[in-house]
Write a protein that binds this ligand. Structure first.
Ligand code: MTE
Ligand code: MO
Length: 543
């Protein structure tokens, strides 16, 4: 055993253990800061926290993910990253304490975390290969080295060789000057400079990461959406009711719900973007550039998008005016035929730049509905968070089986041959949107005054259309609500019901009937596997 290690046989006092923990935290911080900077050079998605986060999203059981979306909404990703950082902090503190006695093991522990991060990064579906290990590996080496050196200061005994044989009681040594046990000054100096350096490195990494994608931003700024050859009819004036608290008929981009697995929003440069079409029954495989799409006849349509994770009464539905190219035409150009006309492929698998796969029935996409490769949303190029430069939108299908954002590849295949991302995780292969209705106002537990209270909301049954909405007060009869003018059968429809409210507690319930005559079922189901069903009700107390 080496002398240095013999000195460590003295049981470290609480102060040194605490400083060990601090060393661990500093090493962890340094590792992440360095990783952040390296990730800025490689790509933001290769940073260990993002990679491990992405891997945990993919590995999370559907039920838990659904729970997270429900409880944290669009903040689910922030919560996940904070969770990872919390776990890492605890582990770093533990490693630091360990390293006071076992320096090499501590450093090796940091390297092990680097290996986990590196493995997660290369394992991501959008990995660009070995370069993705760099942030984790370089960061871990920096962290391991720092931990080794720092804990070295905690164990170095600075005494003249003669006094080596006298055992200095550890408890005394901890509080005494460096000569009595360990290099206190050296430790403080080194810890402080490491903290400062990491802050600078981490800050630089952050701002470099933020400035990445400038080309993509510039390419989006340059997009001028041409006038659509097939414009949408203006939204009928009476499609939007003037009821305070009702969802606006057209959802502004800034408040449009966002559901995806991307911890870093992909920033795709439209000038280099390409879309490939290939697979079974594709007679002429093709690749399209953004300009190719812009030059085609553009169609403009109002389509309401809905997420399968939307609970009864939930917020994950939004209505926008999309501009894009008709997907069916493009597929037909490539020689694709729907199954009903003898085509061999019944599933269209869209793949995004971040490796998401989304499968839609070829039959639905080509049955004459306005299935789009959308380039514009509410009068502007798609926002990055909503899929710039191009995404799919298919009226009548939940987003997870139709609305691929940041799309770059379309493969014609069969449902038998391939399960896309969500299907692998327990969701349905086919998922038409269920007829639904929602009370927007009054809010749950509102306390309106007795008298006439406007009950209002939206109802949707995309591609079938809404025919009727009814409201029930407590256990009373169903009463027909007033329906706003229909925009199209692919959009939601507002409704209102003037309620003569009497004092006391009341339950308001809503149900819709679609244009096929089907009444929204009261049977409550979970969102998994193909969307929640049941009636939305709201309890209010009238004063
Ligand atoms: N690339 C990619 N596309 C995606 C997703 C995703 O996670 N990644 N989520 C899908 C789901 S589940 C829904 S509901 C819609 C949501 O689209 P939005 O975020 O623009 O509202 O996008 C779909 N497209
Ligand atoms: Mo979704």
């Amino acid at each position: 055993m080496r002398d240095e290690e013999k000195d460590q046989q003295v049981r470290p006092g609480w102060l040194r253990l605490a400083l060990g923990a601090l060393s661990g935290a500093l090493a962890g911080f340094t590792a992440l800061a360095v990783a952040e900077l390296v990730a800025a050079a490689v790509r933001p998605q290769s940073s260990p926290v993002i990679a491990v986060g992405g891997a945990s999203i993919d590995a999370t059981p559907a039920a838990v993910k659904d729970w997270a979306i429900r409880h944290f909404g669009t903040d689910d990703k922030l919560v996940l990253q904070l969770g990872i950082l919390t776990v890492l902090t605890v582990l770093a503190l533990v490693l630091g304490v360990l390293a006071v006695r076992f320096r090499r093991a501590g450093a090796a522990g940091v390297l092990l975390f680097g290996a986990v991060g590196a493995a997660a990064a290369v394992g991501r579906p959008d990995s660009i290969g070995l370069a993705d290990v760099l942030p984790s590996v370089v960061g871990a080496f920096a962290g391991a080295l720092l931990l080794y050196v720092l804990t070295g200061r905690l164990t170095t005994v600075r005494r003249p060789p003669a006094s080596r044989h006298e055992e200095v009681p550890e408890e005394a040594g901890a509080g005494l000057p460096a000569s009595a046990g360990w290099d206190r000054r050296g430790f403080v100096l080194m810890a402080a400079s490491a903290a400062a350096a990491s802050a600078v490195v981490g800050g630089a990494g952050r701002s470099l990461n933020a400035s990445r994608g400038q080309d993509a931003v510039a390419s989006r700024d340059e997009v001028v959406l041409p006038r659509p050859g097939s414009p949408a009819e203006p939204v009928p004036a009476r499609a939007a009711l003037r009821v305070p608290g009702i969802s606006p008929f057209t959802t502004p981009n800034s408040s449009f719900y966002r559901v995806d697995t991307a911890l870093v929003v992909p920033k795709v440069d439209a000038t280099t973007w390409r879309l490939r079409v290939h697979g079974q029954g594709v007679l002429r495989a093709a690749t399209y550039s953004f300009d190719d799409l812009l030059r085609r006849e553009l169609v403009e349509r109002d389509i309401t998008l809905t997420c399968v994770s939307n609970e009864v009464g939930g917020p994950y539905a939004g209505n926008a005016r999309w501009i894009g190219v008709r997907l069916a035409d493009l597929l037909a150009e490539c020689g694709v035929k729907p199954p009903s006309r003898g085509g061999p492929a019944d599933q269209l698998v869209a793949r995004s730049v971040d490796g998401m796969t989304i499968g839609s029935p070829v039959e639905d996409v080509m049955d004459g509905r306005d299935a789009l490769l959308a380039l514009g949303m509410n009068g502007e190029p798609l926002p990055f968070a909503h899929g710039f430069p191009v995404r799919m939108v298919v009226p009548g299908l939940y987003g997870f089986v139709s609305a691929c954002k940041w799309i770059e590849d379309m493969e014609l295949t069969t449902f038998d041959a391939y399960d896309p991302y969500w299907v692998k995780r327990g969701w349905a292969r086919r998922a038409p949107i269920k007829t639904a209705s929602r009370i927007d106002t009054p809010k749950p537990f509102a306390r309106p005054d007795a008298g006439t209270v406007m009950v209002a909301g939206v109802a949707w049954a995309q591609h079938r259309g809404i025919d009727k909405v009814e409201v029930r007060v407590d256990d009373g009869p169903w009463q027909q609500a007033h329906l706003a003018t229909e925009d199209t059968r692919d959009t939601w429809r507002q409704w209102s019901f003037p309620w003569r409210a009497t004092p006391g507690s009341h339950t308001l319930t809503v149900r819709a009937t679609d244009r096929t005559g089907t009444v929204q079922t009261d049977r409550r189901t979970r969102t998994i596997p193909d969307g929640a069903s049941g009636w939305h009700s709201v309890v209010v107390t009238v004063d």
